[in-house]
Ligand binder design. Structure first.
Ligand code: 9G3
Length: 567
């Protein structure tokens, strides 16, 4: 491709509303442009990279036995009403009416569409297992689209769905997909971890997220410093054994704590550490109110609370709602004297505290020397807190550390939910009808492209890994007026392309400085500069990510590139 004939609008300045490197660099290097908030156009070089990532995904999915197909973005509401999800999703599900005023959704995902298709077309156990996938545009009307392609409202996803006659068969496909995902992200050059995730089901053993390690990642990964245990922090179980202080229980005492609201203020006022205080937070769990007690130095994990109650909505109650039932404001709440129609549950650690303080459910008052069992009881003790750095790793090896990650893939064991709701059954070898068992597997393809830039850039621009670079060679001719230089550059352009290389030829009438700066920004792995020594047949050869630079004779160029590409 000749730069004088394509669209590659590089920018010198960092765009104002781009806060992270991948968003800034993809805009500055002319790979994407924003069409609307969270909605992007891929310009020619951006599209080439997108296609490279898609080709790696396709290759691994096909090798794993999945069959590519293509489903519509326009989905009739009826299908979402069959599974009850039409009303489950609020404004995030983009909806529209056709000319006959019929309701449609723009596809945020395709469980309903694929299950209705397989329900109609697959009847016998002989046709199972079956894995189908597509690479398609998804629509999710995010409240706050941000970080460019990392959280868009229209994005490219590979979504796969598998259908089985048994859970063993699902497990087999699941592990094939898991391996395919590892291959895909490795071939993209990414430093990633597969982490145990939470799909709302107990134990979380049935879903993994693939996380690209990055400080701009929205997810927190809890990983062991000595084993390969890694879990999404929402999911990581706390296995810490607490030891109870063997000290005499003191008499409980009600004390005035005027204007002390936060845990730290109360602890300082009463002269003890955070962990010697109890924190009480009121949650709305579906329709009921639940008071959750934790040690002062721990945080309530709302996903664990949701799983404990198998609820669909869990959120903090407002101070007004709380005051109505407990008669006190935030900062003065506690487990003593709570109206029995409110569930009081506590994190496991609370069972082992001795002589602690807690809110008296009266503004401006706390209790001192409170002891569980003697002074209050709870409906249930459970693992309700977020794991912390330094906690023992749940696999018993090492201690937990945190890292931030960008979720680029997610594999699920769906079970029978969709097939049950939509009547997708198969006849087994006894002629008996059974509900199909499903798995689903997603990769954020456009998000993966941005994650690659997050991990592959330097102060001058992007440093694409060779497998996904938009081109392999960036050919620069410095002085277009110099006949010898132009001739050699044209020759090399033709020779390299005939040898199967993908070449971007900067044949523009621009100053050398502009060409070098743009080349560093765009980040193509190998750069050939045709300059002063053209008359001797010598060019400058530079490797983008290492900066290595040598003069090469034109007859050595192809071998040098093949050697570096290991082909
Ligand atoms: C919606 C909207 C947003 C959504 C969903 C539905 C996430 C939704 C979960 C999944 C599960 C898997 C197949 C590919 C891999 C992920 N956000 N999910 O179902 F209507 Cl607006 O999408 N689906």
């Amino acid at each position: 491709m000749k730069q004088s004939q394509t669209l590659l609008p590089t920018l010198k300045e960092v765009p104002a509303d781009a806060d992270i490197k991948s968003h800034q660099l993809l805009l500055r290097a002319g790979f994407i442009r924003q069409t609307a908030s969270g909605v992007y156009s891929f310009l020619p070089l951006g599209k080439r990279v997108l296609r490279k990532v898609e080709e790696i995904v396709r290759d691994e999915m096909d090798k794993a036995g999945a069959n590519e197909m293509f489903m519509p973005a326009l989905q009739p509401a009826e299908l979402w009403k069959e599974t009850g999800r039409w009303n489950n999703f609020g404004p995030e599900l983009m909806r529209l009416h056709d000319r006959h005023d019929r309701e449609f959704a723009l596809g945020a995902t395709h469980e309903e569409v694929i299950t209705s298709l397989v329900r109609d077309e697959v009847k016998s156990y002989k046709r199972l297992p079956l894995t189908l996938y597509q690479i398609q545009t998804k629509f999710r009307d995010e409240k706050r689209p941000r970080f460019g392609l990392l959280r868009g409202r229209e994005f490219v996803m590979k979504d796969a769905y598998s259908f089985h006659d048994s859970f063993d068969s699902l497990d087999e496909t699941y592990s094939k997909m898991y391996q395919a995902y590892s291959n895909i992200f490795s071939r993209c050059g990414l430093n990633f971890r597969a982490v145990i995730a939470d799909s709302g089901a107990m134990g979380g053993k049935d879903t993994h997220e693939f996380m690209v390690l990055s400080d701009v990642g929205e997810d927190t990964i809890a990983y062991s410093d000595t084993s390969n245990y890694a879990a999404n922090i929402e999911m990581a179980p706390v296995t810490q054994e607490y030891k109870q202080l063997d000290i005499p229980l003191k008499d409980m005492e009600k004390v005035e704590t005027p204007n002390q609201r936060t845990m730290q203020e109360v602890a300082d006022f009463l002269g003890h550490s955070l962990e010697q205080g109890l924190k009480a937070l009121m949650f709305k769990v579906d329709e009921s109110l639940v008071l959750v007690i934790t040690r002062g130095d721990h945080e309530v994990n709302d996903i664990k609370l949701k799983n404990l109650y198998n609820a669909s909505v869990v959120e903090l109650a407002t101070e007004t709602e709380t005051k109505e039932v407990l008669g006190a404001s935030f900062g003065s709440l506690g487990p003593i004297g709570v109206n029995e129609k409110i569930d009081v549950v506590a994190d496991t650690a609370v069972q082992y505290v001795v002589n602690v303080s807690c809110g008296a459910n009266e503004d401006g008052f706390h209790y001192k020397n409170v002891n569980p069992g003697r002074d209050f009881n709870v409906k249930e003790y459970a693992d309700l807190r977020f794991i912390k750095e330094g906690d023992p790793s749940p696999d018993g090896n090492g201690t937990i550390k945190f890292a931030r990650g960008i979720e680029v893939g997610h594999v699920f064991k769906l079970g029978k939910f969709y097939a049950e709701k939509m009547g997708a059954t198969f006849l087994d070898d006894q002629g008996k009808a059974n509900t199909m068992i499903m798995g689903c597997y997603g990769i954020g393809v456009s998000r993966t492209l941005a994650a690659i830039v997050e991990q592959f850039h330097d102060e001058k621009g992007i440093t694409w890994p060779t497998n996904v670079a938009p081109f392999q060679v960036h050919l620069l001719s410095i002085n277009a007026k110099n006949e010898e230089q132009k001739q050699l550059a044209d020759e090399l352009y033709q020779m390299l392309q005939e040898a199967g290389m993908e070449v971007l030829y900067d044949d523009r009438k621009e100053r050398a400085g502009v060409k070098f700066a743009d080349s560093d920004l765009v980040g193509i792995p190998f750069r050939i500069t045709v300059g002063k020594r053209a008359n001797e047949g010598y060019v400058e050869f530079k490797v983008r990510n290492t900066g290595d630079q040598t003069d090469l004779h034109q007859s050595d160029i192809l071998n040098k590139i093949k050697e570096l590409l290991e082909i």
